[in-house]
Design a protein around this ligand. Structure first.
Ligand code: GCB
Length: 888
């Protein structure tokens, strides 16, 4: 067509003489049926109790991934939906689009299979037009299986693989001539910005058009770019001949934008690119797609990351896609809220760990200004089969085609700690290792090649763990950027080893582009410590670790950036820490309420004044008087701030002004019994306030009369507040006259990793893991020098004997010699104030391993003798996890 005709056509469009056949794109999430377990495709017995009505998003592992039973249900389930076609869809093409279903889905329409999809984290769709009956009721069914499958990544990982149709399902209704939606469930149109600088930007559009009519078609493809205010910047139109029942590709180039408004996290300027298919003969728009465009350029090298010509530090958070009580079945609002929350803490970067996330996530990141690392879930190890390779490559291609239109995406990743299984198996022969490394490299090279072909304008990345093996086996040199998941001061070594290690890697590999792709500590808002250490799960240690990392990483100029682990706590079925089945390295809890560290990042990263009194979740405190009879307990209070000085007040009295370092200042506060109003002010005019209800325990408890209640978390060095009962559990201590404490015994030190006391197991029959996970063995007694009176004494026990996982295991107890007896083979008797109360307590035999056992005993203290609990070992060592004495 000549220019004149094009002009004429544009004129007609302007004055509305061109009709638009609108594309319909809508969710069909409501009114599905669900059947747990496999059935025949012909089972339409939706009224039976085997089928349950529900709305999507849905997962069948919402609850069982968090109950005491090991594992969660993995197998085949069915979903069904009854679809009636409106009359005006006659003659249209109908595509059913799944944003994500975990993990192998087969879709049926009216009992005919329309296709199968492998992989739980990418979208897929099918053109179901020819299977549908117009005017009648159509039954769509999805057979979905989340069984473990050695050929589908992820094979195993530290997160729960919830099964279900856990994202939106959509119907897309289009003219038979439309952009190709079934090209790996992409939009069928790909917009790129091949060359951008401050003065000029180039825009390019590629795509495929499906012509499902039996005739040749002459169409126009019109591309229009609008700026953020809706002003039209340019239009370019091309002619295209579409063969009958064929897919035709097109490309529109030569579009230049002078002085583009650049996209960056600080100023996420988005243009809108509208691409239309116009049927010349009928003056009709046949299909239209809108794609956001952000003009920017970026690069990674050994000196760091550069955005729009300037050095730029990526400050990021990883994020998993599940939520308390819901598993991964989240509506879009949950996703949007998370990324708004991340942005509000001053981050400019996110790693979508460990899998592609909902389409809404990428869209919101474009808008908010969050740079994105997206990855496919090849975690821990690969299977050396052709199917695993094919599935991985397919997932990567799906991920890329589905997300490459998003300007926020800069990094495509494909492996996480991929040698960890092999490298942590010290017994594996070298030959086997070399083979695994070779298989892993082969797959990585294939994924690398595919990614470079698909998105030459983005960078590739993988995340490795702290092990020289990645260099040794040449896995660390494959991607453009290397992410290091580093847990110094948590799983290994000390906090300051971070700098030492990164500097040495940078010196050895000066051209390597490095991101710290994970770091963090588990923190529970119910555990609080005056001497925070790794694995006490205290909020205080979590803050200590992050504060150290923030300081160290800010001083490493070559570091491209970081992404902490993790924005939020998340479901991880194999964990049994303070809260079982949850990885608690979040800045926010599983329900997104904040932990202290969230505000530490606010102070460190936001350019606005921040002042925050820390340990904010710890408003109910107890402590022993610092000086006898002073009725005062000195207790540190930290304040996070980005000002120079902070002044702290307690009940209106100034405690002085202190300088801030590492965004923190610390005060010693002389807490008094009752309400303590703590106020902070800084030199930026900010103010914060926290009311703390403090109960002082006298050093000499022998005259304590009112509300005497002493609860001791035996074996623990931190305070623990029971979330439900609000009982404050004090740290363990050794008995001194006039006070309380244990007599004899040693704290059990055998968490399965460094620095730890206690055990990292879920305790059955209780929701208070931290009370039971620490304990003392071999103790002789526990004494409280309380005044005369009536008391309730509660004793808490747990058996920890990995060899006795079930009740009623018969031990050969004959001829036992104490030292040779494994933990758990024990029998002891307890007397309270000389009265035998529990005889021959054999926890393993009578209650089984790892079950919370509790006895409440009523006793009387007379003649100044206090409450005295005595342990007599009969076999092995006595044990005690907690003790509480309450005045009745
Ligand atoms: C890692 C893994 C991540 C885990 C995390 C942890 O290195 O990449 O999936 O959740 O450590 O908390 O241990």
């Amino acid at each position: 067509m000549n220019k004149l005709l094009l002009l004429l056509f544009a004129f007609m469009l302007l004055f509305g003489s061109v009709k638009a056949t609108k594309r319909v794109n809508m969710t069909i999430n409501s009114g599905w049926y669900f059947h747990k377990g496999d059935i025949a495709v012909s089972d339409n017995n939706f009224d039976s109790k085997e089928w349950k009505s529900l709305n999507l998003p849905h997962t069948w592992n919402q609850y069982d991934a968090f109950d005491e039973e090991p594992g969660y249900w993995r197998g085949t389930c069915w979903y069904a939906y009854q679809l009636r076609l409106p009359n005006d869809w006659e003659g249209k093409n109908i595509i059913i689009h799944f944003e994500g279903a975990n993990q192998v889905a087969e879709v049926f329409v009216n009992e005919e299979s329309v296709g199968k999809h492998i992989g739980g984290y990418t979208a897929f769709n099918f053109d179901i037009t020819r299977y549908l009956i117009s005017g009648g009721k159509n039954i769509i069914k999805v057979k979905l299986d989340n069984s473990h499958n050695k050929d589908i990544p992820p094979l195993n990982a530290d997160f729960t693989f919830y099964g279900g149709i856990y994202r939106n399902v959509r119907l897309i209704v289009v003219d038979p001539v439309h952009f190709n939606l079934t090209d790996y469930a992409s939009e069928g149109v790909f917009v790129s910005t091949p060359d951008v600088n401050e003065k000029n930007a180039k825009l390019k559009v590629d795509g495929n058009i499906v012509n499902n009519t039996g005739q040749n078609k002459n169409v126009l493809v019109e591309n229009t770019l609008f700026d953020k205010n809706g002003n039209k910047i340019l239009t370019k139109t091309i002619n295209l001949k579409l063969g009958p029942n064929a897919i035709t590709s097109f490309s529109i180039e030569g579009m230049n934008i002078a002085v583009p408004d650049l996209w960056s996290p600080e100023s996420p300027a988005l243009y809108k690119n509208v691409i239309r298919i116009i049927d010349q003969s009928k003056n009709t728009w046949l299909d239209v797609v809108e794609v956001p465009v952000g003009f920017k350029w970026f690069s990674f090298n050994g000196e760091g990351f550069f955005l729009n010509g300037k050095k730029y530090k990526l400050k990021g958070a990883n994020r998993h896609q599940d939520f308390s009580g819901k598993g991964n079945a989240l509506t879009d609002d949950y996703h949007i809220n998370d990324y708004m929350h991340i942005k509000s803490l001053g981050f400019n970067f996110v790693r979508l760990a460990h899998y592609p996330q909902s389409p809404e996530v990428y869209r919101i990141c474009n808008e908010l200004g969050l740079l994105v690392w997206t990855e496919i879930p090849i975690v821990n190890e690969v299977t050396p089969t052709q199917d695993f390779t094919d599935n991985s490559l397919n997932m990567m291609r799906e991920q890329i085609r589905q997300t490459k239109n998003h300007p926020s995406v800069i990094l495509y990743g494909y492996m996480n700690e991929i040698l960890i299984r092999m490298l942590s198996n010290s017994k594996m022969p070298e030959e086997k290792r070399a083979q695994i490394a070779q298989d892993t490299r082969d797959l990585a090279h294939k994924l690398e090649k595919l990614t470079k072909e698909e998105v030459p304008d983005r960078n590739t990345v993988m995340a490795i763990h702290y092990h020289e093996g990645y260099n040794h086996y040449d896995v660390s040199t494959i991607t453009d950027v290397l992410g290091y998941n580093l847990y110094f001061g948590w799983y290994y070594e000390e906090l300051e080893d971070l700098t030492r290690f990164l500097n040495s890697e940078h010196q050895r590999f000066p051209n390597r582009s490095i991101i710290v792709s994970e770091y963090g500590a588990d923190g529970d808002i119910h555990n609080h410590s005056l001497n925070p250490r790794p694995w006490d799960f205290s909020e205080e240690y979590e803050a200590v670790l992050h504060s150290s990392y923030i300081r160290q990483m800010a001083a490493l100029p070559y570091l491209a950036g970081y992404a902490l682990w993790n924005f939020a706590d998340f479901g991880a079925e194999n964990r049994a820490d303070a809260i079982p089945f949850i990885n608690q390295k979040g800045l926010v809890n599983y329900d997104r309420t904040e932990k202290d560290v969230a505000s530490l990042y606010r102070a460190a990263q936001l350019q606005i004044p921040i002042l925050y009194i820390a340990s904010r979740n710890y408003t109910l405190r107890k402590g022993i008087e610092t000086v006898a009879e002073s009725a005062i307990c000195s207790y540190p209070v930290k304040v996070f701030s980005n000002s120079k000085y902070v002044e702290l007040f307690q009940n209106n009295k100034s405690l002085g002004r202190k300088s801030v370092s590492d965004y923190t200042s610390e005060f010693d506060v002389p807490f008094t019994d009752g309400e303590n109003v703590i106020e902070a002010r800084d030199d930026q005019g900010s103010y914060d306030r926290l009311s703390i209800d403090f109960s002082i325990i006298p050093q000499d408890i022998s005259k304590w009369n009112e509300n005497l209640d002493i609860a001791v978390n035996v074996g623990a060095d931190y305070y623990y507040v029971d979330a439900e009962t609000k009982t404050v559990w004090l740290p363990d201590q050794v008995y001194k006259p006039l006070a309380f404490g244990r007599i004899g015994g040693t704290i059990f030190e055998k968490r399965d990793r460094q620095h730890k006391v206690g055990i990292a197991n879920n305790i059955l029959g209780t929701s208070t893991n931290p009370l039971f996970q620490t304990f003392v063995e071999g103790l002789d007694g526990f004494k409280f020098d309380v005044p005369d009176g009536k008391y309730s004494v509660t004793l808490y026990f747990v058996e920890n004997n990995p060899k006795s996982p079930t009740k009623d295991i018969i031990y050969n107890l004959s001829g036992s010699d104490n030292d040779a007896i494994p933990a758990g083979v024990r029998e002891f008797s307890i007397s309270v104030n000389s009265i035998p109360v529990i005889n021959n307590l054999n926890l393993a035999r009578d209650y089984g391993n790892l079950r919370a056992v509790q006895f409440d005993i009523v006793t009387k203290a007379t003649n100044g003798g206090g409450v005295s609990v005595n342990f007599k070992s009969l076999i092995g060592k006595s044990t005690l996890s907690g003790i509480r004495v309450r005045k009745l």
